[in-house]
Design a protein around this ligand. Sequence first.
Ligand SMILES: [Zn+2]
Ligand SMILES: [Zn+2]
Length: 776
Amino acid sequence: MLKTKYNLKEILPLFKSKVVYALAIILVLILTLNILFPLPKPKEFSKVIHANNNSLLSAYLTKDDKWRMKTSPDEVTPDLITAILEKEDKWFYWHFGFNPIAVARAVVQNITRGKRISGASTITMQVARMLEPSSRTYGKKFLEILRAVQLEMHYSKKEILEMYLSLLPYGGNVEGVKSASYIFFNRPPDKLSLSQSILLTTIPNNPNLFRLDKGIDNAVKMRNRWIKKYAETNTFNKRNLKDAMNEPVALNRYQIKNEAPHFCNYLSQNYSGDNIKSSLDYSIQKTAERLLLNYVNRVKSKNVSNGAVLIIDNKTNSVVGYCGSADFNDINSSGQVNGVIALRSPGSTLKPALYTLAFDNGLLTPEMKLLDIPTDINGYEPENFDQKFNGEVSARYALVNSLNIPAVRLLQSIGLDKFVPLLAKAGFSDIDKEKKNLGLSLILGGCGVRLEQLTRFFTVFSHNGKLFPLNYLAGKNQNQDKAVKIFSPDAPYITSQILTTNERPDFPAEFLYTTNLPKIAWKTGTSFGKRDAWAIGYNPDYTIGVWMGNFDGAGAPELSGAEMAVPLLFELFNAVDYKPKKKWFEKPNDVLERDVCSETGLLLTPNCEHYVKDFYIKHVSPNTKCNLYKTLYVDEKETMQYCPECLPADGYKKVNYPLYSAELTLWYLKNKTDFKRPPPHNPLCQSKRSGDGPAILSPSADYEYYIEEKSKQQLLLQGASDASIKIHYWYINDQFYKSSKPGERIFFQPQKGLLTITCMDDLGRKTMIHTKVSFY
Ligand SMILES: [Zn+2]
Ligand SMILES: [Zn+2]
């Protein structure tokens, strides 16, 4: 029997499954369409750069020359959002791309009235149209609806609203609420008045007619019409609307700001994103710009035309001030060149790195002595800035006075192979690239650095010897976990103590009698030929780098770190961070103080006459006892020395004599009149003496001399001994050559190949070195 009637219980599941099928088919269809017709690519936005307080610094046109700034609903005054939603799309938060009731009504109206009434376009549909502009036909409208649904599938309501606010046309090349807000009203979109908000909601209806840079009458009429409508719908407070109605509108077009141009250009080239919130501190930046420009104007008469400043907040490692030049728009002084990243010679500014390394490696303490005498290192003869020599100086004095010879000698004893990798690790990438070509002159500026690298390097002194990458973006320290250890925490503290002293030649005279002296540690530098003047300073809060010079590389007589860069550094610190009783760095536990011999900086012995306080690092710094004074047996008139072998029964006495190193003795003999020296040894003494032989100053040991083959070029023989020695005997390859006085310069013509040079003093003590001569 055939069943002719179905009961409800049987039909319902069937119906349900059909609905499910239908829904499934629609879903598959939508997904297929979604894949076949992907959404157009988002439009390119203007790159916008803000200071860390959100104020606009600069923005860049898109590739199609538009001011199209991405505008998040959060950045816009709520009144403007309210006005837009009320005007364009009341149900925006409820529909899924289109409003079926509104569409149906529009279709009916279009048919019954025989004319096309636009409308029924949701914000999402308008976004679809703005992404793919096309003529308004029914077919296109339908596609718009599909696109709108697709947009709703892909994006949140907030994202769709953001696209809408960002793409709204305002005439000419102005797109988006944020661009319009800056260009027509010169203010950020969260500072718009109600009148301005309503204008920005109405202008896009017909931007060519309403744009505010061509005329205001039409725009004002349209605004007033909408103010009345909003009054009817109670969208806003009536009194506010009345104020808005009375607010004058100005015909205007403002330039988009171009503040901190070097900083913004650097960011736009190195950081992605449309809306960059940078680390720059607006008020510090303005202060730095003002001080730098004033300063450069003051020194222009001294043929110094430009300068650059970098300010780092030590707590966050953020760049808070950045001036690439004194005036970006000054073409005569190459204002467009960015002095923060220009490659220049650092002068003496790397010396603190070398001394800190020496403290850290236990080679030196601040009071230990370094030689400051004429020095020839394989033909390289460094000179001090003032072309004078001091004989012997403490490391502290050498660093504070930026003496060149002690620094070169220290670098030689530490070795380029230790120092250069340290600088490379500390971010001096140009030094790293050139490492094979660098010599000892590196420490006097014979290399290339950038103000950014140099200033960042000095932050290690505020970070217990660690180096962090710089933050250019706002927000908390993004690079906290990327620290590189450059020094122990101990040595940088000692260097900072030395660099904060005021008794030094590069103390700025302008600040001598002021009470507004910032407590900072600083180091200056002057490059060869007086082409660059540097001053890098720091306290626990900030590290500031200053460069002064000419971008065309011209030198100037007064272009030195002390004269030209330090005064600006002090002005900057006083303006940015003036607190008279500042907290200084805390002394690390392993940095201790001790009394040392003031003549040698070594541990005191009963023979030492004076002492001085010195820092040292526990278990690291040397514990060498002072050995300057030796007790010698001499005759009553101190004309002759005795040894135990030739000591007479009476007629002698014991006297303490300072025994300086051979090199220093040589220099003292020439330059120091009141120099206490031991008398020569008893000439009748027969005993063989032990101890060190003469120091061979030339030729250099383990070195290869290149000599032109037929040039008959000669090599220098020079040796030094303590003051009791009268004669040196020279042997070349074990053949006696000549005798000389200690320190005397004699010459010989070398053969090709390995040479053994021996120097013997009149007590029979020998020193031997090997060297090599090659012909070319
Ligand atoms: Zn001593
Ligand atoms: Zn003797």
